[in-house]
Design a binder for this molecule. Sequence first.
Ligand code: AMP
Length: 271
Amino acid sequence: MIIARTLTQLREALDGVSESIGFVPTMGALHSGHRTLIETARNENGCVVVSIYVNPTQFLAGEDLSSYPRKEEADFKICELSGVDVLFYPQTLYGTDEVSVKAPDIRGYILEGASRPGHFDGVLTVVMKLFNSVRPTRAYFGKKDAQQLALITQMVENFGIPVAIRPQETVRESDGLALSSRNVYLNPSQRQEALKLSCALKESTKLVMGGVLSTATITEAMYAILEPLEVEYVAIVNRAFEAISEVVVGDTIVLVAARVGTTRLIDNVWM
Ligand code: AMP
């Protein structure tokens, strides 16, 4: 595995590559969710590139940028054992006073974008930089970050970026908790409380399977399960992230964001 720490080293590592390039961008503290993305990239491409970069522009003031979990040694090992060809591990990707990408007003500033205004501008800017540096054939993203996935897909369409976006299912612990690098912040009792997110989502699926399609009814049932967590939002939207009054199976995403202690967690289910 080649470790490229600068853009020049990255291009040196990739310039002779004629096979397809599968790319998995991450912020590190790798877990089985990331590993699944890497494995799929490995199966579908001749060359696999993973980036690990805690992107400062997607954190708002007061968020956990400085304390975000960093596990360099373990991450390198996971990448090596997963058959990664090139690990891109830059110190920084920014100069001063740079051009940036702006998320669309509505889709980029609702839900996650309302709770974290400007977050998606930072995400899209860094993904644009990474795409232009790695020039991947396919890029792998988790459905766990559903709104991020939708916005990256839109950016690729709007800018005509020649990459295929490959969405991947959310990987969970056996009890349902969605894997997240931020789960390390949870103490044992908070971890138990955090299960309310996946329980509420399971309930939404159960209701829909039982014929309840009213999003108001489903939302109310989910809030009852999430109690007493500090819920930031429960939302039921179509794939274009528009609010809907009735679930349409095949075109619906149910999303939740809540705080467990000071840790902010998100999860969702695609129906
Ligand atoms: P992050 O390191 O949190 O920026 O995530 C890097 C990529 O891994 C993103 O595409 C995420 O959506 C994806 N990801 C994070 N958690 C999971 C999970 N539990 N299952 C599948 N993909 C995930």
